[in-house]
Design a protein around this ligand. Structure first.
Ligand SMILES: [Zn+2]
Length: 391
């Protein structure tokens, strides 16, 4: 049994901020957290001092396609090891491997590879170098709108089909966690109902839905919106569309790509004012180029070019990002969001959406000891995953 005690000047649990506190970890789990005088540190515990440091839960990225030169749809152990090692450097300790629209066979092959990786020895923490845990899969497409497909390939889109979804769910071996769908497509409500039967979170995205079509999806249990503002029908005061529905329905969480490129600052302010920081989830939408130099990369099944860190396809459309969640947190803090709330948007927010907030995204007894050590200006100093680290 390995016991560690972290003495931190500040902890974002992140429901609250604790000062001069200790976190006790046993075999990769947090067993106690609190003020030094209140928490008994077991004899023989390895003591870790973290002065001038904010200790927060590791970031949970529910929308990421790749990093470190690899895309999740390669779905080999080598590719997934490279991706999960790269994101750790930026404080991310859990991810949902996110697929893009591709043919049925390509999608199934990728899902099987990712599922094998999750079930196999490669994804078992603790190991060194540290790697983020792959919590499951986010299926971004192929059931999305032609009009709002962004860079998803036209010939890879599919009409909502319960039969096709069931093939994907089988290939994912029980690891599918989020399904993105355009709710205005014929058959979308049956798809939403079917996905929820397997416990998936349904997000609406890449959508040209009207307000009423979006609300119908919410009535069927869709509770999430994928990279809000991007690849969505725009807002107008007499045709508020899907954005009007997302902004006014409190039960719906909204993904935000806060890289300073995908969404302008006033639009971020509108989103935060409408929904509150507790309903907005920071995602990277990161692609293979994350952590790599500018150049040519693959996103799923197509080519993208990265210049000055911005990824575009041959038509010049934004194609994912090279954003990391530490930078996203700093970006929204730069817009006036209190640091602890920004941290919640990358930790307990996404964990709560996935229904795992007792285990991930929090510093509390019973949670995995996935932690990020931050400087006062929110730069990553170190990471711990399931009690291993910091490194
Ligand atoms: Zn994406």
């Amino acid at each position: 049994m390995t016991t560690k005690a972290i003495h931190a000047s500040r902890i974002f649990t992140p429901q609250e901020e604790l000062v001069d506190c200790v976190i006790v970890i046993e075999d990769g789990r947090i067993i106690a957290v609190g003020r030094r005088e209140e928490v008994r540190v077991p004899a023989g515990a390895k003591e870790i001092l973290a002065p001038d440091t904010i200790v927060a839960p590791g970031f949970v990225d529910i929308h990421i396609h790749g990093a470190g030169g690899h895309d999740v749809m390669e779905a080999t152990a080598d590719a997934l090891l490279a991706i999960t090692a790269e994101v750790v450097r930026h404080g991310t300790t859990s991810i949902l491997a996110t697929t893009v629209s591709a043919s049925r066979d390509e999608t199934c092959r990728s899902l099987e590879g990712i599922a094998n990786f999750i079930a196999g020895p490669n994804d078992l923490a603790p190991t060194r170098p540290l790697r983020a845990e792959t919590l499951g899969v986010h299926l971004e497409g192929p059931f999305i709108s032609h009009a709002r497909r962004g860079v998803h390939l036209e010939n890879a889109l599919a009409k909502p089909s319960v039969a096709l979804l069931e093939q994907f769910l089988a290939a994912a071996g029980g690891h599918a966690r989020i399904l993105s769908v355009a709710p205005e497509l014929p058959g979308a409500t049956e798809l939403i109902d079917r996905a929820q039967r397997d416990g998936l979170v349904v997000g609406i995205g890449h959508t040209d839905a009207t307000y009423d079509q979006a609300v119908t999806a919410f009535q069927h249990g869709a509770r999430h919106a994928v990279h809000v503002f991007n690849a969505m029908r725009p807002f107008s005061h007499r045709d508020t569309g899907v954005l009007g529905a997302v902004l006014t329905h409190r039960e719906v969480t909204a993904e935000l790509i806060a890289d300073g490129v995908h969404v302008d600052s006033p639009a971020i302010q509108i989103l935060l004012a409408s929904k509150g920081t507790d309903r907005v989830i920071l995602v990277s939408d990161g692609i293979a180029a994350t952590g790599m130099p500018d150049g040519n990369y693959r996103l799923g099944t197509f080519d993208v070019t990265v210049s000055d860190g911005v990824a575009r396809n041959a038509d010049g459309k934004l194609a994912g990002s090279t954003l990391t969640l530490d930078r996203a947190v700093r970006h929204v803090v730069g817009l006036g969001v209190p640091p602890i709330e920004a941290i919640r948007m990358a930790t307990i927010g996404p964990a709560h959406r996935l229904g795992i907030a007792g285990k991930k995204g929090v510093i509390a007894p019973g949670a995995d000891a996935d932690l990020v050590f931050l400087s006062p200006d929110l730069n990553v100093k170190g990471v711990m995953i399931r009690g291993v680290g910091p490194e």
